[in-house]
Design a protein around this ligand. Structure first.
Ligand code: SAM
Length: 281
């Protein structure tokens, strides 16, 4: 059972992501330059190679995409590059600053509109309309009341043609076991706190829920028919090397043949990815 983070003030979540926007240290180049953004993207899709296949960027050419929690805009720019018209929102002004710079640098300002918004009350910030794709990668589990975001999506932004793609953290993952056995020192009764504390590159994330297939299905409810749900992503690298931009696997993953690693990743990965179609009129 997940600890309830519902009462965590949204300001605390905002401060955390403003202090260190997601993936901001994925490059050593000067922040805000083309080289910086190229390196951020290369590193993100090297470490999380399932993202392009999940997002299916090319499929949304000429379509309207709503991205909830765009961070510094790595997926945003790829939707725009592929020819989508994107509405991108995030709670963190610092992240949005970089995401905006990114679309300027790559010349896509006419394709992306940004909003600083708490997605739990999205319709107060973004005019309700129907989108072709609603995409949110690694976001709603960081919001105190994710069910409010789903409610916003259903009520104000989805119609019969809308596809919803969500990634949330997977409860039965290697990462959760690793947290329990390392920083958690076996204290399973404090597991949710420990997951939140250690889920991100920077410790101390105020809200991180984790889901299994059933609880994700329950979260999206009957307004969406699930097409596909899969688990992926184990981070296999040694942190001291990784922070120096070297990719050296920890010894036990070095011993695993690639096909076994993939087998394990598809069962115990950290990312639970879901694609669903809206069933409501
Ligand atoms: C782990 S980052 C993921 C960013 C991006 N999707 C990516 O994959 O790089 C989580 C993002 O969710 C945003 N976020 C968390 N709660 C939110 C909320 N209630 N409304 C809007 N954005 C939120 C944070 O500001 C942060 O940028």
């Amino acid at each position: 059972m997940n600890t309830d983070f519902a009462d965590v003030p949204i300001a605390k979540v905002k401060d955390y992501w403003n202090e260190r926007p997601c993936n901001i240290r994925h490059s050593t180049a000067e922040v805000g330059t083309r080289e910086y953004f190229d390196q951020v993207e290369a590193r993100k899709y090297f470490v999380e190679p399932h993202i392009p296949g999940f997002a299916e960027f090319e499929k949304w050419r000429g379509k309207r995409v709503l991205e909830i929690g765009c961070g510094i805009g790595t997926d945003t720019i790829n939707f725009a590059r592929a020819g989508a018209q994107v509405t991108a929102v995030d709670l963190s002004a610092k992240s949005l600053e970089l995401a905006k710079k990114r679309v300027e640098v790559f010349g896509f300002t006419d394709r992306v509109e940004f909003f600083e918004a708490n997605a739990e009350n999205l319709s107060e910030f973004v005019e309700p309309r129907q989108y072709d794709l609603i995409y949110s990668f690694g976001v709603i589990h960081h919001s105190p009341q994710p069910e409010k975001i789903i409610d916003q999506i259903k009520t104000n932004f989805a119609g019969p043609e809308t596809v919803l793609k969500l990634m949330v953290y997977y409860r039965y993952s290697w990462k959760v076991l690793w947290i329990l056995l390392t920083s958690g020192r076996g204290r399973f009764w404090r597991l949710d706190e420990m997951i939140a504390e250690n889920s991100e590159a920077q410790t101390g994330c105020p809200v991180t829920y984790s889901y299994n297939r059933k609880s994700l299905r329950e979260l999206v409810g009957t307004a969406f028919e699930i097409d596909n749900m899969f688990v992926d992503h184990i981070f296999p690298y040694r942190i001291p090397d990784y922070v120096k931009y070297r990719y050296v696997k920890v010894w036990y993953f070095r011993l695993l043949p690639d096909f076994l690693f993939r087998f394990f990743e598809r069962r115990c990965g950290w990312h639970l990815c879901m694609t669903a179609k809206c069933t409501q009129d």
